[in-house]
Design a protein around this ligand. Structure first.
Ligand code: GEK
Length: 241
C-alpha cells in the first residue's frame, strides 16, 4: 500500500481536492489515516447488508471509490438473487475498483457504473450505502438525491449514511475538530499536510450538522433514523424506510 504524502510538500497554491490517479494510488492509506472509524464503519456496512439485503433486490454503494464497502456488503449478503450496484464518477477510481472486485471470489454480482450518483435510476432497492460521499455533493442537491433513493426503496429497506460533520456550537466544534487534527498528527501527518489538505477540501467537502441530517431524512419520509457511530466529527447513521 502506497503511503499518502500528497500534501507533504509546501504548495504555492493548494488546488481543490480531486479523486485523480495520484489520490487513487494512496487512497487506502489516506482514508485509513484520515477518517476515524473508517474500518469499523466498513465492517458494519457488511453486517447491515447481511441483515437487510432482501431476496431479488438491488443494493447500492454510492461513491464506491475502490470498492471497500461493496466488498464488505458482498461478503455479508446471504439473500439470493441480489445485485450490488456500485457507482463513482472518478474514472481513475473505478478502473482500480474493477481490478479489486474482479479478484474477489464472491458470486454476488456487482455492476460498476461510472457516473454521477445524481444520474442513477434507483430501483428495487433494499439497501443504499453512502459512505463519506453525500458530503461531496452541492448542499442543494442532497435532499433531491436522498428523496429519489427513498422513493426507490422497498418496505423495510435501509440507508447507511456516513459523513464528516460540523457542529453548530462553536466551542464543541473547535474542540472536536482540533482533537481530530491531533489524531491525524498521531497518524503521521505533519501540521503542514493537515493544513494543506484542509484547504484543498474547503470548497469541495461541505459538512452538515447532525440535526441537519436528521431533519432532512425525516422531511423525506424515513420513519426512523439512528446515529450508530460517532468519533469526533465523523458519524454514521442508519435510516429506515
Ligand atoms: C469507501 N465509499 O471506501 N457521483 C459519484 N461519485 C462521487 C460524486 C458524485 N457526485 N462525488 C464524489 N464521488 C468509499 C469512500 S470517498 C470519501 C468514499 C473520501 C466519489 C469520489 O470520486 C470518491 O471516490 C468518493 O465519492 C468519496 O467506503 O475520500 O473522503
Amino acid at each position: 500500500m502506497e503511503a499518502d504524502n500528497i500534501f507533504s510538500k509546501q504548495q504555492n497554491k493548494v488546488e481543490d481536492f480531486k479523486f485523480d490517479k495520484k489520490v487513487v494510488s494512496v487512497f487506502p492509506d489516506m482514508i485509513k489515516r484520515s477518517v476515524p472509524g473508517y474500518e469499523n464503519v466498513i465492517i458494519m456496512s457488511g453486517l447491515f447488508a447481511e441483515r437487510f439485503a432482501q431476496p431479488n433486490s438491488n443494493l447500492y454503494d454510492l461513491g464506491c471509490s475502490l470498492g471497500t464497502t461493496t466488498l464488505a456488503m458482498r461478503s455479508g449478503i446471504n439473500a439470493p438473487g441480489t445485485k450490488i450496484i456500485a457507482v463513482d464518477n472518478s474514472a481513475d477510481m473505478l478502473e482500480r475498483c474493477k481490478t479489486i472486485i474482479d479478484s474477489d471470489q464472491s458470486d454476488v454480482p456487482v455492476e460498476l457504473i461510472l457516473d454521477d450518483i445524481r444520474n442513477i435510476d434507483f430501483q428495487n432497492n433494499s439497501m443504499t450505502v453512502l459512505n463519506y460521499t453525500l458530503q461531496f455533493l452541492p448542499p442543494d442537491d442532497r435532499e433531491g438525491l436522498l428523496k429519489r433513493i427513498y422513493d426507490s426503496m422497498l418496505p423495510g429497506a435501509i440507508l447507511v449514511l456516513s459523513e464528516k460533520i460540523t457542529f453548530s456550537e462553536k466551542q464543541n466544534s473547535e474542540l472536536l475538530i482540533d482533537i481530530y487534527h491531533s489524531w491525524k498528527a498521531h497518524n503521521g501527518y505533519s501540521e503542514m499536510e493537515i493544513k494543506q489538505k484542509r484547504n484543498a477540501l474547503e470548497n469541495v467537502l461541505i459538512p452538515d450538522t447532525i440535526p441537519q441530517h436528521v431533519a432532512r431524512l425525516e422531511k423525506i419520509g424515513f420513519k426512523r433514523c439512528e446515529l450508530w457511530f460517532q468519533c469526533f466529527n465523523f458519524i454514521s447513521m442508519v435510516a429506515f424506510r
